[in-house]
Design a binder for this molecule. Structure first.
Ligand code: SF4
Length: 109
């Protein structure tokens, strides 16, 4: 895998948001932190591991937490944003609410 730049990773998040009908967090500092985390994970592991979770050691073991993770749709439907708060629903963004920590939907063995 060739390394990706921060700009390429930003473009990735914009594409995901557009495709899913979501919007990106309005918290610019959080956004920069999460993009940096995603970018670091790509350049370290070769895939966009969720920036809020730790690897289980391989792409196969991490497949449910490749961004956008398997839990994102349910979390956004229930809470208005994903576990990391990178992606928000349009309704949540319009509500003026602030993202808050939500329960981890992934089960760890
Ligand atoms: S919680 Fe899911 S959708 Fe949100 S940044 Fe992490 S992997 Fe991506």
């Amino acid at each position: 895998m060739s390394p990706k730049s921060i700009e390429e990773t930003k473009t990735f998040t914009e594409m995901v948001a557009r495709k899913q009908g979501w919007v990106l967090t309005k918290d610019e500092t959080l956004y920069q932190d999460l993009v940096t985390g995603l970018n670091t994970n790509w350049n370290r592991y070769g895939y966009y591991l969720c920036p809020c979770r730790d690897t289980d050691g391989s792409r196969e073991a991490d497949k449910d937490i490749l961004c956008p993770c398997e839990y994102s749709k349910a979390d956004i439907a229930e809470y208005g944003h994903c576990y990391c708060s990178l992606y928000w629903s349009e309704d949540f963004a319009k509500s003026g609410k602030k993202a808050a920590p939500i329960p981890e939907r992934r089960s760890y063995k």
